[in-house]
Design a protein around this ligand. Structure first.
Ligand SMILES: Cc1cc2nc3c(=O)[nH]c(=O)nc-3n(C[C@H](O)[C@H](O)[C@H](O)COP(=O)(O)OP(=O)(O)OC[C@H]3O[C@@H](n4cnc5c(N)ncnc54)[C@H](O)[C@@H]3O)c2cc1C
Length: 381
């Protein structure tokens, strides 16, 4: 079997790795350079209890995503020779007012009810976990099993492991169209007009997944949601857990970099960092860790989260073209869901039923055009 994957980000890499292991001949087309878009820009949280705002199918998917990640991360590091820095420190949400504290307490309640670990902490307990925290916090929620990774290294780990398993990656090659004959996929047409034939095509083109022609009958739409990041330098080990407040997050890296973000903006394909973005993020960071006011600025960047109209991933076979699969729309959770996506798409391609019920994430949900775009009014708490 020959499979073509559109997009060389973390999702294309993870799918390529699993497919190559199943003995499929895999070729990945990347429009630019491998792993330089959302997968490069992310904060790297592997935090199912962070990503989901309520119990239900998406929370269950995120928890399954974390399990899949835990199960494969050592093997991935071994096969790729790249350490993705999967750190054990948990996540700590902090509240400065009663309203945020109430939201965190409600989150703790429903998460515990569904069996997840969520600890409610007094300010003194939170300060013991993260001594650099502001003494002005009134409450904190600790998620000890939610972790983080160096997403740039992780993305390259999937790609390297896939290459070692036989997958071929071709950069600077844009796919223009997914081709089909009598309702079955036959390959892709590239930007230069050339055609590459295959039995299977997987659309893993991130925020650009909807720009590829050929699957219009599915009526699946994708759009970019900009996230901005400011990177500071602090002494390595300054912070233990990743920190969250309503307006920002602060995620430490092993080398002392502090990744501060992020915002949810519908700004088209514009990857600018804005004055308003910088102001929101820096004030959120300074409120959480006042000692960072003197931290050295290093760089800023922005990336485009790939969103579908209902902000849920789109995983599965096209209802109109057999053999064409979507592995897209991972929005704010694509790093967390990378291992699971690789696994379930490889299962579907080989005709196996995945262990997890994927029907809520099927592209078929868009087919009658009734689904309306969910408003993007997001905060971190
Ligand atoms: C600021 C920010 C913070 C984030 N933090 C987290 C986090 O902490 N945890 C988490 O789980 N997720 C996080 N995310 C979300 C995560 O980054 C994404 O969900 C994930 O990277 C999506 O991966 P992808 O491979 O689908 O997309 P991308 O990484 O964008 O890759 C898609 C690739 O497809 C290529 N492409 C597009 N069109 C074509 C074409 N026609 N032909 C060939 N190639 C094409 C692109 O060039 C690109 O390289 C964050 C995102 C942002 C922006």
């Amino acid at each position: 079997m020959k499979a073509l994957i559109v997009g060389g980000g973390i999702i294309g890499g993870a799918v390529a790795w699993r497919l190559a292991h199943n003995g499929v001949a895999v070729k990945v087309f990347e429009r630019g350079r491998l792993g330089q878009e959302a997968s490069w820009a992310a904060a790297g949280l592997i935090g199912p209890q962070v990503e989901a705002q309520e119990p239900g199918i998406f929370f269950d998917l995120c928890m399954a995503g974390k399990n899949a990640f835990d199960t494969m991360v050592e093997r991935l590091a071994h096969e790729s020779g790249i350490d993705p820095e999967y750190d054990e420190a948990g996540a700590l949400y902090v509240a400065f007012d009663e309203e945020s504290a109430a939201r965190l307490k409600s989150r703790a309640r429903w998460q515990r009810e569904v069996g997840a670990q969520a600890e409610e902490l007094t300010p003194a307990q939170a300060l013991r976990l993260a001594p650099a925290l502001s003494p002005d916090i009134i409450f904190a929620l600790h998620l000890p099993t939610n972790r983080r990774t160096e997403n740039r290294k992780l993305t390259m780990a999937y790609i390297r492991a896939a290459q070692r398993a036989g997958a071929v990656f071709q950069e600077s090659t844009r796919v223009a169209e997914i081709l089909s004959r009598s309702g079955r996929v036959s390959g892709v047409r590239l930007d230069d007009g050339s055609v590459e034939e295959s039995d299977v095509v997987i659309d893993a083109a991130g925020a650009w997944a909807g720009e590829i022609r050929g699957l219009e009958a599915d009526r699946v739409r994708f759009y970019p949601v900009r996230g901005q990041i400011i990177c500071f330098e602090g002494p390595p080990g300054l912070l233990g857990p990743s920190l969250f407040s309503p307006d920002g997050i602060l995620v430490p890296r092993r080398d002392g970099r502090l990744i501060a973000g992020s915002i949810f903006e519908d700004a088209g394909f514009n990857k600018s960092v804005t004055l308003a973005g910088i102001a929101t993020i820096t004030s959120a960071v300074a409120a959480m860790v006042p000692g960072l006011r003197g931290a050295a600025f290093r760089e800023t960047w922005a990336g485009l989260r790939p969103a579908s109209d209902d902000l849920m991933p789109v995983l599965g076979e096209s209802p109109s073209v057999a053999g064409a699969f979507y592995a897209a729309g991972h929005f704010r959770s694509g790093i967390l869901l990378s291992a699971l996506t690789g696994q379930v798409i490889a299962d579907l391609v080989s005709g196996k039923t995945p262990a997890l019920d994927l029907s809520p994430f099927s592209p078929a949900r868009f087919k009658n055009g009734a689904l309306k775009r969910v408003p993007l009014d997001m905060k971190h708490i």
